[in-house]
Ligand binder design. Structure first.
Ligand code: FEO
Ligand code: CA
Ligand code: CA
Length: 559
């Protein structure tokens, strides 16, 4: 068992000054000229009464926060944050940072310099009231100009970020790498056939979570695409009708882009800004894309379809390094099998669809036909860097009575991600006993501690049956120390917001994090439910923050 000094315990509690006194005087509490509470002092005193061996980690004594309902970013002791960029900030002379930032990834430009790199940020969707001024009033006329503003506000941003002389991460405004991809950007399909009559799509949007490839590009997942141009009603043989009410945001009033052009995983080269839509990974409400390189060099990509009773998918490339040539599978959890969605291998798919392209476009229908297991909204997927197991957050399935969700663990057979059989079990179940509900994005740190965010919907937050959880939060499950396996809340989000896109810097000292949709339930521009982050009467603005501090360093083992 690792030994820890009292100095380390004090450092962990942010008491470096007191620790110095301890080292010089040899006495502890008598020397403490600290403002910490008596309660914390008592806890430290109790700990140091134990043999040093009993305190097997810094991590044993860190304190989380209780759920809280205030319009602030609230953090556990040992954490601090600074804002890197907010919605509508200029990133260069032409472009501004988009709305509702979600997934983000830090890609160093020079592997030797961990304090400088490019940040990719997803912009999932937008609130027309804030972006274009459209409020949906009965007498209100919707204009094309409003829709163009909305198209611009989603997609993604690429910004250069550097650690400044003060040690804080900052955006390098006007940097030559800074650019936007948005709902107006032409993006080709990486496929040998056209998709709904075209070899490119206009725009990417609904960009929820994502992943990073081994070669440093990013994968951004188009999730609830139907809200923008609607979804095709495939009972119409001509594919001309749309599912009624599917285009909630009504962009199809002014643009007739086919729904089939959206709902893909998109690969973006953050250095050049070029992008392509990866048809081979299928089309659904993709939450994320998590990539793994198998021992033989083939790629395995996991992705979930975030809707009630939808499925978990796995793409296995036929050749090393390809995101175009390979087979897609859907999980049958009961049987522990990955079931092929290949036109040649599945007679039931041949009876229904005209070919592989149609299977990929109508993925949900194909998955149901071959026995894919309906799940409780599979959201983020991450691979434990230590055990290599695959973790899937299942956020909830309210119609089925699953209000709090869970995290599923998948162990591929033979320790091989190309395996077509697996075992699975519930790793953590949400609920008042475990202290969290509706798990969404996850990230493992350098030591394999699991961090995850919650996404209780704005319309349900602070209401029954979610009252106990208060605002959405960030949680960590330590893998070592006396608190190993416990779910500990370490941050609380502002009113109506969720934290999204947790991503650790390569040195393990920073957690880049999105604060998404504060004030989403504002009734009007003068009846705001949040004024985060600028306070006063200001508009709420989704932002990217850099979270740092002793707690992150301790958990990452970089103290
Ligand atoms: Fe965009 Fe499934 O969260
Ligand atoms: Ca999400
Ligand atoms: Ca979510």
């Amino acid at each position: 068992m690792k030994k820890y000094s009292r100095r380390k315990i004090l450092q962990f509690l942010g008491r470096a000054g007191a620790a110095s006194m301890l080292m010089s005087s040899g006495t502890l509490l008598a020397s403490c000229k600290t403002t910490k509470t008596k309660e914390v002092e008592a806890e430290v005193a109790e700990l140091i009464e134990q043999p040093v061996e009993a305190v097997d980690d810094f991590i044993s004594i860190f304190k989380g926060i209780n759920p809280i309902e205030i319009d602030e970013v609230v953090m556990a002791e040992g954490l601090n944050y600074n804002i890197i960029v907010k919605w509508d900030d200029p990133i260069n002379d032409e472009d501004t940072f988009g709305y509702n930032n979600d997934y983000l990834a830090f890609i160093p430009l020079d592997p030797e310099n961990k304090d400088d790199g490019l940040l990719w940020v997803n912009h999932e969707y937008m609130s027309p009231m804030f972006v274009s001024g459209y409020t949906g009033g009965e007498e209100e006329e919707r204009t094309k100009e409003q829709v163009i503003k909305e198209q611009y506000s989603v997609g993604g941003s690429i910004i250069r970020v550097k650690r400044g002389d003060d040690g804080k991460w900052k955006m390098v405004k006007g940097d030559r790498y800074n650019r936007r991809l948005n709902g107006l950007t032409k993006i080709p399909f990486a496929w040998h056939e056209s998709i709904a009559g075209a070899d490119y799509a206009v725009g990417t949007f609904a960009n929820c979570s994502g992943g990073v490839t081994p070669w440093g590009t990013i994968l951004t997942a188009e999730e609830n695409y139907h809200a923008f141009y609607g979804e095709t009603d495939y009972s119409d043989p001509e594919w001309k009708k749309k599912v009624e009410g599917s285009a909630r945001l009504g962009w199809d009033q002014f643009f007739d882009h086919p729904p089939e052009h959206y709902g893909w995983i998109v690969e973006v080269d953050v250095v050049t800004g070029t992008a392509r839509k990866l048809v081979a990974l299928g089309r659904c409400a993709h939450e994320c894309a998590t990539i793994h390189v198998a021992k033989d060099g083939r790629l395995v990509v996991y992705t979930g379809d975030d809707a009630n009773d939808q499925c978990l998918y796995k793409f296995i490339s036929a050749v090393p390094g390809s995101l175009e040539i390979g087979k897609l599978y859907v999980a049958n959890i009961e049987k522990g099998e990955w079931v092929s969605l290949d036109y040649v291998e599945q007679p039931v798919l041949r009876d229904k669809f005209s070919g592989q392209t149609e299977i990929l476009i109508r993925l949900r229908e194909a998955a149901a036909l071959v026995g894919g297991t309906p799940l409780a909204r599979p959201e983020d997927i991450d691979i434990d860097p230590i055990s290599k197991d695959v973790f899937v957050s299942l956020t909830n399935n309210v119609p089925k009575g699953d209000f709090y969700g869970s995290i599923l663990k998948i162990v591929e057979d033979n320790e091989d991600k190309t395996s077509l059989t697996f075992k699975s079990e519930t790793f953590l179940a949400g609920g008042e006993e475990t202290g969290f509900a509706c798990p969404d994005n996850m990230a493992f740190d350098l030591k394999g501690n699991l961090w995850f965010t919650s996404d209780i919907s704005g319309s349900k937050m602070n209401q029954d049956p979610y009252l106990a959880f208060k605002n959405n939060g960030l949680f960590v499950v330590p893998t070592t120390g006396a608190q190993a396996g416990k779910v500990i809340q370490v941050m609380s989000a502002p009113t109506d917001a969720e934290f999204t896109g947790p991503f650790f810097s390569p040195d393990g000292k920073t957690l880049f994090l999105s604060v998404q949709h504060p004030g989403e339930r504002s009734m009007s521009l003068t009846e705001l439910s949040s004024n985060w982050p600028d306070g006063g009467d200001s508009l709420p603005r989704s932002s990217v923050i850099a979270v740092e501090g002793k707690l992150i360093e301790a958990l990452n083992g970089v103290v």
